[in-house]
Write a protein that binds this ligand. Structure first.
Ligand SMILES: CCCCCC/C=C\CC(=O)SCCNC(=O)CCNC(=O)[C@H](O)C(C)(C)COP(=O)(O)OP(=O)(O)OC[C@H]1O[C@@H](n2cnc3c(N)ncnc32)[C@H](O)[C@@H]1OP(=O)(O)O
Length: 294
């Protein structure tokens, strides 16, 4: 069971409940654990683990489950820090679930983009210190999840035949990252590297991601989660009000801008995705992903 392997000191559900602590998973209507949440009883660090096989792609339900988990953790005043991780070997998050964009139902597409924007508000604007444990690929919206955290720890590529990659590859698919995601990239790695990365749709291997400041640290695969949890302890000890005020110095204007233009952003997304040309691109990309398998 995943929850039992997260940390030796982690409490199981029953134990945690008896101690008045939370160790929960949040479920969709089909009662499938898309996201698992655990709280280390010793350190108070929460870990939200994405658990949507095969690649943690962000469907409407997955976005909602992530938001629910963040809100649940935030509602516990004694918790100051959070690790975002994946239960899947080799994939942090494969980005938006492309099937959501394919021949979409308009109402669902609106809700889908709204729920993706909501993750940006909840994670990028979280009162918690947030650490991304990136033990696998993080393209596009997967990179957005990592960028929304305060600190990024990625699996090292050293000695790996197929290293994990991270970046915004949208242009390679013929689509464009929304401006708020583009600005997250620019704010993190600087204008020049972001222009190159966005224009060419670059997916960076870990060492390159470290060199341009897209991630903060590389560690061997088996250490990613424990190192992220240790970092979360460190961040959690910084006086919370000062830490949050500092975060907001850099992020508030961006968050406020999307809040003010949220509907416009959703309208633009819907009209872009439902366009015939975009549908052809999405159709072709879905086929290429399944051909890769065969
Ligand atoms: C105004 C317009 C706004 C646009 C919005 C901009 C914001 C964000 C854009 C996005 O996030 S678009 C998604 C971008 N993501 C990708 O390009 C990643 C695609 N996937 C991969 O490259 C690989 O799957 C992987 C992540 C490197 C993992 O490789 P692995 O070999 O482990 O797994 P696969 O065999 O490739 O895949 C398994 C299974 O999953 C399906 N799948 C993979 N990615 C997605 C996805 N993003 N959405 C939906 N489904 C996905 C893949 O087709 C396979 O399915 P089956 O063949 O097993 O049915």
């Amino acid at each position: 069971m995943l929850v039992a392997t997260l940390s030796k000191r982690l409490l199981r559900v029953g134990q945690a409940k008896r101690c008045g602590l939370s160790l929960r998973s949040f479920s969709d209507a089909k009662d499938k654990d898309l996201v698992l949440t655990s709280i280390d009883g010793d350190t108070g660090v929460a870990t939200i683990t994405m658990n949507q096989a095969p690649v943690n792609s962000l469907s409407l339900e997955m976005c909602q489950a992530i938001t629910t988990a963040i809100k649940e953790v935030e509602s516990q005043p004694e918790i100051q820090s959070l690790v975002l991780a994946s239960s899947l070997p080799g994939v942090f998050c494969a980005g938006l679930d492309i099937t959501e964009l394919h021949k979409p139902d308009e109402k669902r597409l609106t809700d889908f983009w709204h729920s993706f924007q909501q993750i940006y508000f909840d994670l990028y604007g979280s009162r918690l210190a947030t650490i991304a444990a990136i033990a696998g690929h993080a393209p596009a919206a997967g990179c957005m999840l990592a960028l929304s955290c305060d600190y990024r720890i990625m699996v090292s590529g050293a000695g790996s035949k197929k290293p994990s990659t991270i970046g915004l590859n949208e242009t390679k698919l013929g689509i464009v990252a929304p401006s708020w995601l583009g600005y997250q990239y620019i704010d993190t790695i600087g204008q020049r590297q972001a222009e190159l990365g966005l224009s060419l749709g670059l997916l960076h291997q870990p060492e390159q991601a470290l060199a341009i400041g897209l991630v903060d640290e590389l560690v061997p695969r088996e250490e990613v989660l424990s190192r992220a949890q240790a970092e979360a302890v460190k961040w959690g000890k910084i006086p919370a009000k000062a830490r949050l005020a500092s975060k907001m110095l850099a992020r508030k204007a961006r968050l406020d801008h999307l809040a003010a233009t949220r509907k416009e952003d959703n309208d633009f997304f819907r009209s872009f995705v439902t366009n015939e040309t975009a549908q052809k691109i999405i159709d072709g990309y879905l086929q290429s992903l399944s051909k890769k398998k065969s």
